[in-house]
Design a protein around this ligand. Structure first.
Ligand code: HEM
Length: 507
């Protein structure tokens, strides 16, 4: 009898194992099409957890296997995530059916404590009214020339002297170029947004408290999104423990310091300072009659959006140039004649090879690697993917830059020439128009980056000023590691030696 019972139990267990293993094989085969293996109740949590420290590579591998370059990842306790590298889908999400794909509460919750009601973190009416004002100000000649003067001063009186000092040290000084560019970008964005100078490039002074608090707040807010369970950070926040406690303190510092600047600016506007003092965004937003708290949130959004993006793009470009002598030589051929005159808007517009280099660097290392929306209602994407209300829908510039069907077999290589109509040498190379939905590094559609033109102006000016004067020599021969966070970073910075170039004259 006991033998019969044992036999029945073993037979039963073997049947269960064989059903589970066949369903798992089936799922694995299906996963080659739609995403990672997924099981009832737990979804893809096992493979997600296994890959959570290499999500960029994991998503890219899965997207390459998907015929329509779209994958779906169901996760226990979290909403489904749909990730796409398909330009038709990207266009649908960012433009055609824009209103069905707002950032949504799950996203705005992540950054809400830091960004409040600022443009970067709101949808609907609040977003559209801030967007109108911001787009208007960014299109004015006065803001553009103010930003250009800020840039010129920062380059000539700060970044060039810092690099010159390192070069004069006959190669004994090592500079973290990523850190220098981050400090530079923070100075520029604060001067343009607040009319206030944090003077971060004075390396003898301690790190500016606003810059430090911003760094901490941005990093911890970004890490909230990588928790396997959404509830984890929410519980930590309620209990005010660990990283959430540090986040709260950093946000208090950011809010207090920016509020002080807003108050001081308001006062100076009331007592009628000269035109000079009213050029920055803060003065413009206050002059448009907005309340101090909203203006505080608006400028915090601008600092957030403009601080680490340009520095990330330039850090990767400098590293790529150090690996590609032929590209660097060609860039110098374009830049040197222009640098010998006093650079202005017109000269910057002419730098088409420079623009190709910047785009190519951002194609491979996009400052914003992924960006998510949340479906307001059920929908179907152009490739047939069904979207359910509440799903997280992510477009993925990092993966898109690595899809062979979009960029060819050499998609992993740094080749600025791919941005020109013809690879042949012609007298006046013309940049190819490329769909922003294939290259959504600045996003696209109604919410496209407001600072895009300003960012190109900044990057062209700095890269031109630096490469024409200095040779940048990375200390390590290893390939740097790219981490996404809110804005991408190079792990450990970019440690370089600086050597002065034998150059033509500079103004
Ligand atoms: C290489 C540099 C830059 C890149 C790659 C970049 C990229 C982006 C991306 C992907 C977004 C969409 C983010 C989202 O909606 O979640 C965005 C939005 C935005 N960017 Fe940039 N950005 C850059 C520089 C700047 C600069 C210099 C500024 C301003 C000083 C700026 C201001 C903004 C603002 C205000 C938004 C929000 C627009 C809206 O929601 O309507 N960006 N940017």
């Amino acid at each position: 009898m006991s033998f019969l019972v044992s036999f029945c139990i073993i037979a039963f267990l073997m049947t269960i194992i064989s059903i589970l293993s066949s369903s798992s094989t089936k799922k694995t085969q299906e996963s080659k099409v739609n995403g990672p293996p997924s099981y009832p109740l737990i979804g893809s949590i096992l493979s997600f957890n296994k890959n959570r420290h290499r999500l960029l590579q994991w998503y890219t591998e899965l997207l390459r296997l998907s015929p329509s370059q779209t994958i779906t990842i169901p996760l226990l306790g979290n909403r489904r995530t749909i990730v796409t590298a398909n330009p038709e889908n990207v266009k649908y999400i960012l433009k055609t059916n824009f209103f069905n794909f707002p950032k949504g509460k799950p996203f705005t919750d992540l950054l809400g404590d830091l960004l409040g009601q600022g443009i970067f973190n709101v949808d609907g009416h609040s977003w559209s009214s801030q967007r109108k004002l911001a787009s208007h100000e960014f299109s004015t000649r006065s803001l553009r020339s103010f930003a250009f003067e800020v840039l010129r001063e920062e380059v000539e009186t700060r970044i060039v002297p810092v690099l010159s000092a390192a070069a004069d040290d006959a190669g004994s000084t090592t500079v973290d170029l990523q850190d220098v560019l981050k400090r530079f970008a923070f100075d520029v964005v604060c001067k343009v947004s607040l009319g206030w100078d944090p003077d971060c490039l004075d390396l003898t002074r301690p790190v500016n408290p606003l810059a430090e608090a911003f760094d901490t707040a941005a990093e911890i807010s970004a890490r909230r999104a990588t928790e396997p369970l959404y509830a984890v950070w929410k519980v930590k926040r309620v209990l005010n423990v660990g990283s959430e406690r540090r986040l709260r303190e950093a946000i208090e510092t950011v809010h207090e310091l920016v509020s002080d600047i807003v108050r001081a600016k308001k006062k100076s506007l009331e007592i009628g300072m000269g035109q000079e003092a009213k050029q920055d965004l803060l003065s413009r937003f206050l002059a448009a009659g907005h309340d101090s708290d909203i203006v505080r949130d608006m400028v915090i959004s601008f600092i957030m959006a403009g601080r680490d993006t340009t520095s990330a793009a330039m850090t990767w470009l400098f590293w790529l140039l150090s690996e590609n002598d032929d590209v660097e030589r060609k860039l110098l051929e374009e830049v040197e004649p222009l640098m010998s005159v006093r650079l202005g808007f017109e000269e910057l517009k002419e730098m088409s090879y420079m623009k190709a280099c910047l785009c190519e660097a951002m194609r491979l290392y996009p400052p914003v690697s992924w960006d998510s929306k949340h479906a307001a209602n059920d929908d179907v994407l152009p490739d047939g993917t069904h979207v359910k209300k509440g799903d997280k829908v992510t477009y993925f510039p990092y993966g898109m830059g690595r899809m062979e069907n979009l960029w060819g077999k050499d998609c992993e290589e740094f080749k600025p020439n791919r941005w020109f109509d013809s690879e042949q040498e012609i007298t006046e190379p013309v940049l190819k128009p490329v769909s922003p939905f294939k290259f959504p590094v600045f996003q696209a559609g109604p919410r496209v980056c407001v600072g895009k033109e300003m960012a190109f102006m900044q990057m062209k000016y700095i890269v031109g000023s630096v490469v024409s004067r200095f040779e940048i020599i990375p200390v390590s021969k290893h390939k740097p590691v790219f981490v996404p966070l809110l804005t991408a970073h190079m792990v450990g910075g970019l440690k370089v030696k600086i050597k002065r170039r034998e150059v033509k004259s500079h103004p």
